[in-house]
Every structure is written in structure tokens, then in C-alpha cells.
Design a protein around this ligand. Structure first.
Ligand code: XBP
Ligand code: MG
Length: 254
């Protein structure tokens, strides 16, 4: 039987609930600062999340919701500048401690490290955002816990394409069968499953009604000893929180 060697985590929505109170707020600040009349309320942002990647999301917004907005000649450069400002606002928010890790994330990372499990990240978000989140929640050394970090534009096709997982697997020099992935969205799940990874989903407010048929387990969150998870799909036995023994059990399942 293939041994479980690594856990690969998505970032936004999985490690932390970053979208509503982090990315969305940062986008709106950047829009305001640039003198734009664009504004993304909580509900609209849920619809925009269909498109992964901040730059891609802004272009989608213009196409779908602001077709009459007069575009500058170099729209790509304009969006890139706006996105750089958004990243500044987002990393600032995180440095202020605005967004904590989701329940059970730090506990699982610590247990995995203790057992010599390799850790990696596969995300659509900008690398600076990953650094800001890990440093603000795990401290300066947090980034070093992850042996491979696949993020942002390092691959041309973002999730739901499997490219970012292919990249991370290559960095780790592991086969998909040796790893377990953690995601929170249908786009993320598609990406991981297409790369051949067994995937655990922890849902959030934006993703709870999406289709997670291909996940091996769907939970509300990873849980803790004093904060049991709710199983939305899949089998966990008597466990009330996600630990390495559950990870190994799921990985071994046919
Ligand atoms: C996350 C995203 C990201 C963030 C914004 O998707 O879609 O685009 O919302 O990040 P996933 P940037 O969790 O599936 O990786 O603005 O830095 O692109
Ligand atoms: Mg996500």
C-alpha cells in the first residue's frame, strides 16, 4: 500500500476564511482609492468567487456587471496596477491580525509536523498573501513549515485547472497517491481531483451549497477536542475532529 507522505493545503477558505472580510474588503479599498465607483458587497462577491484569481475576477466583473464602463486602452496594465494596490491592502489587513486560521488547522499542522509528514500549499492567491497569512497566524517561522508553495501566476491556468497541484507534486517529487489535499470550494476540489488527489473539503458560508460529490470527506471545519466537526458527507467512525489517524484512514481507503 502507498504510504501517506504529504498534506497539501489550499489557502483561501481552507486555512482561513479570507474572502469576505479579507480579499473583498481589500478589493473595495483599492477601488475607492483609485476613484472608481466599483463596490463589491458580500452577496455579489459570492457570485464573483466563481472566477479564481483577483485579476481574472476583476475582468469577469467588468464583462458581466459593467459592460458599459469605459475601459482604459491598456486594460491589462490597469487591472495589474489595481491588483497590486489590492494586495497591499490585503497584506496590511492580515498584518493587523484581521483573519485567524480556521478551527483545527494549527493543531493538525502541528501534529503532522510532529509525525514527519511533509506539508505543502497549492493556491490561486498571490505569494505575498500566503506569506502574510502564515506569518500573522503561525509567526515568522510559519512559512518554513511548508516545503513547497505553489501560488498565484506561477502556473498560467488557475483552479479549477489541475496545474497548480501538478506543480506542487513535482516540487515535492511525490505521486498524487502519496498525498491528501484540503480544499473549500468546487473550483479547488476540481483542481485537486483532476490532479489525481484524494481531497477533504471543509466548507464555508460561500461554498456550503456547492457540489462536493468527488470529495472523500466533507466537513464544516476540521474541528478540535472542544469543538467537534459536523460531517456533511463521508465516513469518519467515532472521531469528532480531523487528526492524522483520520487522515491515514481516509488515505488508505479504496
Ligand atoms: C482563491 C482565490 C484568490 C483570492 C484572491 O482561490 O480565488 O483569487 O480570492 O487572490 P483558491 P488574488 O482558494 O481556490 O486558491 O487577488 O491574490 O488573486
Ligand atoms: Mg479556496
Amino acid at each position: 500500500m502507498t504510504e501517506l507522505c504529504a498534506l497539501i493545503f489550499d489557502v483561501d477558505g481552507t486555512l482561513a476564511d479570507t474572502e469576505r472580510d479579507g480579499h473583498r474588503v481589500a478589493f473595495n479599498r483599492a477601488f475607492k482609492e483609485a476613484g472608481l465607483d466599483w463596490d463589491w458587497p458580500v452577496e455579489l462577491y459570492g457570485k464573483l468567487l466563481k472566477v479564481t484569481g483577483g485579476k481574472e475576477r476583476m475582468l469577469f466583473y467588468l464583462d458581466q456587471y459593467r459592460p458599459d464602463w469605459q475601459r482604459p486602452a491598456d486594460i491589462k496594465a490597469f487591472i495589474a496596477g489595481l491588483h497590486a494596490a489590492k494586495t497591499q491592502h490585503y497584506t496590511q489587513l492580515l498584518a493587523e491580525g484581521a483573519i485567524p486560521l480556521r478551527p483545527g488547522v494549527k493543531r493538525l499542522l502541528l501534529e503532522a509536523r510532529e509525525q514527519g509528514m511533509r506539508l505543502a500549499i497549492a493556491t490561486t492567491t498571490t505569494p505575498a498573501n500566503v506569506t502574510a497569512l502564515l506569518e500573522s497566524t503561525l509567526g515568522q517561522e510559519g512559512l518554513g513549515w511548508f516545503e513547497a508553495i505553489g501560488a498565484g501566476d506561477i502556473v498560467p491556468a488557475k483552479k479549477p485547472a489541475p496545474d497548480i497541484y501538478h506543480y506542487v507534486l513535482q516540487q515535492l517529487r511525490l505521486h498524487p497517491a502519496q498525498c491528501l489535499a484540503f480544499e473549500d470550494s468546487d473550483n479547488g476540489l476540481k483542481s485537486a481531483v483532476q490532479a489525481g488527489l484524494k481531497t477533504v473539503v471543509t466548507v464555508n458560508d460561500y461554498t456550503q451549497n456547492q457540489d462536493f460529490t468527488d470529495a472523500i470527506l466533507v466537513l464544516d471545519h476540521l474541528g478540535n477536542g472542544d469543538q467537534p466537526f459536523t460531517v456533511l458527507a463521508g465516513q469518519v467512525g467515532w472521531t469528532t475532529y480531523f487528526d492524522m489517524s483520520l487522515a491515514r484512514g481516509l488515505h488508505a481507503k479504496k
